[in-house]
Write a protein that binds this ligand. Structure first.
Ligand SMILES: [Zn+2]
Ligand SMILES: [Zn+2]
Ligand SMILES: [Zn+2]
Ligand SMILES: [Zn+2]
Ligand SMILES: [Zn+2]
Ligand SMILES: [Zn+2]
Length: 204
């Protein structure tokens, strides 16, 4: 008798891939489940298409379905590849992570990369909701005294999150985007300038 697809008593067998996995549902893998994507033609870790993953025909890979996360199709040179390890996401069987900016990478690559960075390697936007971290930077900025020698120094910054340019008080690091709806610290200094004493604040 041939086994079909699906889980049999914590065991998973895929008739297409001839993949056999008996770790699912056991011990540390208690929550692990596997499904076969007929479009990717591989078995992936996940509950299934339409449950926690969907296959995007345009990107030709499986993308995570999560509340509040809308998949935007990847339009990039690295199309369909993990930006960290460059492996093709389509044929990769590892779990994938869709970022807030909709770029996709391996979950394990994300976890490793996220340890020291919070910006997307492709578009530089914040990969997660950073509001907690940003409010800690707000507190630190409010608590620290500005060096009087920089009183007339300004930074022209570009916000990686909202894309707006602004001129703000110079700081050694962590320039905050002044747009009220944004407030991100994910900014880049494009120019540093010193104002003549008494000169009006530059607006652009
Ligand atoms: Zn399979
Ligand atoms: Zn797929
Ligand atoms: Zn897509
Ligand atoms: Zn990767
Ligand atoms: Zn991105
Ligand atoms: Zn901004």
């Amino acid at each position: 008798k041939e086994r079909g697809q699906g889980r049999v008593l914590g065991e998973y067998f895929c008739g297409v891939c001839k993949l056999w996995d008996n770790t699912a549902g056991k011990g540390e893998h208690a929550t692990k489940s596997i499904y076969h994507c007929p479009y990717c033609n591989v078995c992936r870790v996940g509950k299934g298409l339409g449950i926690d993953y969907k296959h995007c025909m345009k990107c030709n890979c499986c993308v995570e379905l999560k509340k509040g996360l809308t998949h935007k199709c990847i339009n990039q040179a690295l199309e369909g590849r993990c930006p960290i390890c460059i492996e093709s996401l389509r044929t990769s069987t590892k779990p994938l992570k869709a970022l807030a900016c909709a770029h996709v990478m391996h979950d394990e690559c994300y976890k490793r990369y996220r340890k020291d960075r919070y910006t997307c390697p492709i578009c530089n936007k914040s990969m997660d909701d950073m509001s907690e971290y940003f409010s800690r930077l707000d507190q630190a900025a409010n608590a620290s005294q500005m060096d009087a020698m920089f009183a007339n120094t300004r930074s022209r910054i570009l916000c990686n999150d909202c894309g707006s340019k602004s001129i703000v008080q110079y700081r050694l690091m962590h320039h905050k985007c002044p747009r009220r709806a944004c407030g991100s610290y994910n900014t880049r200094v494009v120019e540093t300038m010193v104002l003549r004493p008494g000169a009006p604040e530059p607006t652009s």
